[in-house]
Ligand binder design. Structure first.
Ligand code: DGL
Length: 294
């Protein structure tokens, strides 16, 4: 047991509520820890945005969490972990734990022949972050990646076992299913909810790696090593705080949040958007920068 304890909360953020899959694991693995969660529901999805934009959003949210006096930050969002981890680590001294390295490590350990698949958003797959991290650990590994952009809206709709989701998954996974994989990294906050379907399609020989669960494990290990675990609290248990940048509109929000978190989502605070820094920078776009590049 470490000699010291740190009662400060763990900060966790995601582009929305998908990061609650990582919080669920933090609750399971670190039951005495307090969590401050920020879900950027106003700007979701991150998965089709540029590195610059995702980095800017991530720095803003991390600043918010640092102001909440967190002892470390878990970047539960795979897209933000792929694009912004370095920028966050350069800016703050507190530990910043992403999902990429822990998930890559788990996949390498589960794949003796180095046959690893990765599924994620367009941004995560396009960044090559998983490929790079896997090759650091296992240079000879054979990595097959596939962006699955329709999975996020299907999960948000609650269509976990819907025939449409089956069809989409069959289409996305065709090449991966033929590739003799040993493990498949679920490189997106939302995909653990599709695990039963993905398991059925990939077959029992393919280990599914939950990036949020691996990040939670890495966080537990890091806090233990640094003597920064929280001590067991009083009878009320740890007090968690959940912040969103926009009010949930969908009727299914509560149900979906509960399936991510594994329990009903407690009280949520919607952050007054005038408190967040992006409005300070609002400016007109000069005409020559407009338009989408071919
Ligand atoms: N949280 C994102 C991720 O894990 C998925 C949702 C989004 O595109 O923002 O990559």
């Amino acid at each position: 047991m470490p000699a010291t304890h740190d009662p400060r909360p763990i900060g966790v953020f995601d582009s929305g509520i998908g990061g609650l899959t990582a919080v669920r694991e933090l609750f399971r693995q670190l039951p005495h820890e307090e969590v401050v969660y920020f879900g950027d529901t106003a700007r979701l999805p991150y998965g089709n945005k540029s590195k610059e934009t995702v980095t800017r959003f991530s720095v803003e949210i991390a600043s918010f969490l640092v102001r909440q006096n967190v002892k470390c930050i878990v970047v539960a969002c795979n897209t933000a972990s792929s694009h912004a981890l370095e920028a966050l680590r350069l800016r703050w001294e507190l530990p910043v734990i992403g999902v990429i390295e822990p998930a890559a490590r788990a996949a390498v350990a589960l794949s003796p022949h180095g046959m690893i698949g990765v599924v994620g958003t367009l941004a995560t797959v396009g960044s090559g972050a998983y490929l790079e991290e896997i090759h650091k650990l296992a240079p000879a590994a054979s990595v097959l990646s596939r962006a699955c952009p329709l999975f996020v809206p299907l999960v948000e709709e609650g269509w976990l076992d819907h025939r449409v989701t089956h069809l989409v998954a069959e289409e996305y996974l065709a090449e991966l299913r033929a590739a003799n994989l040993e493990s498949l990294i679920l490189g997106c906050t939302h995909y653990p909810l599709l695990a039963p379907l993905l398991h059925e399609l990939m077959g029992p020989g393919v280990h599914l790696v939950d990036s949020g669960a691996e990040a939670a494990r890495a966080t537990a290990q890091l806090l233990a090593e640094r003597g920064q675990l929280a001590a067991a609290g009083g009878p009320r248990g740890p007090q968690h705080h959940f912040f969103l940048s926009d009010e949930p509109r969908r009727r299914s929000f509560g149900r979906v949040a509960q399936s991510f978190l594994g329990r009903p989502l407690p009280h949520v605070t919607v952050v007054d958007q005038t408190d967040l820094p992006w409005f300070e920078r609002a400016h007109a776009i000069p005409p020559h920068t407009g338009g989408i590049p071919e």
